[in-house]
Design a protein around this ligand. Structure first.
Ligand code: GLV
Ligand code: MN
Ligand code: MN
Length: 409
């Protein structure tokens, strides 16, 4: 049986690999990423897997099936975090998958397929703005031009990979062939309140909402905060404040939409200087692609009109977008059976958060199992789950693995 206490302890252990002394922040290709990956490599090997880091910094373990070299069932989640993160978003899925493989290895059980567990290096996209680099490399959706994206210090992904000891030229070799990966299944905390409200430890994901990530730049004129009369100013930050409220208004126009300005930077950034330039991010999501695309178009139009009224220049750049990703019905049914076998009422629910499955769906069928989290709180240090729920999640995942039947192709 998977050991839930060990799952909780390993999430606690990984949470210590943080760039900040208090709280948890671990971004892609950082020294903390390496430390977390090294820990996970060790746990994978202990669980009977062959394990190594791949060229884009994913941590990958493989447990052979009855016949060496068979196609695999891929499990996993991500090892990077947001800033001031909780300790389960991502890590729970990696650690639980390893625990399930360990349980199989202990019984000496080999299945008709191999199992691979992946700790993706970048799902959150915090460092470089662009997300799911690890899963996109495996699924074949990584345009090599993306490796030119730069972090806040001007370091490109390509440079960061080299500095990490990896060879960027090898990233294109990570692409798996269709058929080599029979399915991708991820266990993750719900990050929302539904399971808790219904007193359920786990739930089966039906689909992952689509997202658009944008970057807006407003250019006005920097000047002296004491001398330039208000009517002559071209203040980029005052305009951005209007833009933030416009995004909020648009997102509030439909209960299925959400919109967030999560990061804003004003330059030159001094108390006595009128801000001349502002850059901010916009994240818009919805369970329907047409609704999301309409909201993105409205946001762009609103920003342009706010900037024009204030005689400012405004550019909006689409960083990344992915449509709604549906979980494969045949996998959902298998997860539902495993949930029912754990004595839990089957609840299907969509995911408002993004996940690597969105990228993996270009390669193979995907499915997800959600585990209840306290208050639905996530992307926050207060993220919390119980060992009892971790146990139900692990038992359910193990049962799913042991009864897994790939779709007929
Ligand atoms: C990742 O957690 C995301 O949904 O942005
Ligand atoms: Mn997250
Ligand atoms: Mn996550």
């Amino acid at each position: 049986m998977p050991n839930a206490e060990r799952i909780m302890q390993r999430c606690d252990r990984l949470a210590r690999e943080s760039e900040s002394a208090s709280g948890l922040t671990r971004v892609f290709l950082s020294p903390q990423h390496r430390a977390a990956s090294d820990l996970v490599l060790g746990w994978m090997r202990e669980a009977g897997m062959r394990a190594e880091r791949d060229a884009i910094g994913n941590t990958v373990g493989r447990y052979e099936g009855a016949h060496a070299g068979s196609s695999c069932l891929m499990l996993g989640s991500h090892l990077d975090t947001v800033r001031d993160a909780g300790r389960y978003d991502g890590m729970l899925g990696v650690v639980t998958a390893i625990e399930c493989v360990g349980a199989l290895a202990e019984k000496g059980e080999r299945l008709p397929f191999a199992i691979e567990v992946v700790g993706f290096g970048d799902e959150e996209g915090v460092r470089f703005g662009t997300t799911m680099l690890g899963s996109r490399a495996i699924a074949g959706g990584l345009d090599p031009a993306v490796l030119g994206a730069r972090d806040a210090d001007g370091v490109s992904i390509e440079q960061a990979l080299r500095h990490f000891g990896l060879d960027p030229a090898r990233c294109s070799l990570l692409r798996r062939r269709k058929g080599d990966v029979l399915a991708y299944v991820e266990l993750h905390i719900e990050q929302g309140p539904v399971l808790e409200a219904e007193s359920l430890p786990v739930g089966v994901v039906s689909a992952i909402n689509g997202f658009s990530r944008l970057r807006a730049r407003i250019r006005g004129m920097a000047g002296h905060a004491g001398t330039v009369p208000m009517r002559l100013r071209r203040d980029a930050l005052a305009a951005a404040a209007e833009c933030v409220l416009a995004v909020e208004r648009i997102a509030r126009s439909d209960p299925e939409l959400v919109g967030t300005v999560g990061r804003i930077e004003a330059k030159p950034g001094a108390i006595n200087v009128i801000p001349g330039e502002v850059e901010f991010t916009i994240d818009i999501r919805a369970p329907r692609d047409d609704l999301r695309q309409l909201a993105v178009a409205s946001a762009k139009a609103e920003l342009a009109s706010i900037a024009a009224r204030r005689s400012l220049a405004c550019e909006v750049e689409l960083i990344q977008e992915l449509g709604v990703t549906h979980c494969a019905p045949s996998l959902m049914v298998q997860l539902e059976r495993a949930v029912a076998a754990a004595g839990v009422r089957v609840r299907k629910l969509p995911s408002g958060a993004g996940h690597d499955g969105q990228a993996m769906s270009a390669l193979t069928d995907i499915a997800m199992l959600f585990v209840r989290c306290k208050g639905g709180i996530s992307h926050n240090p207060a993220e919390s789950i119980t060992a009892a729920d971790a146990a139900v999640g692990a038992r359910t995942l193990l049962r799913f693995i042991e009864h897994f039947e790939p779709a007929l192709r």
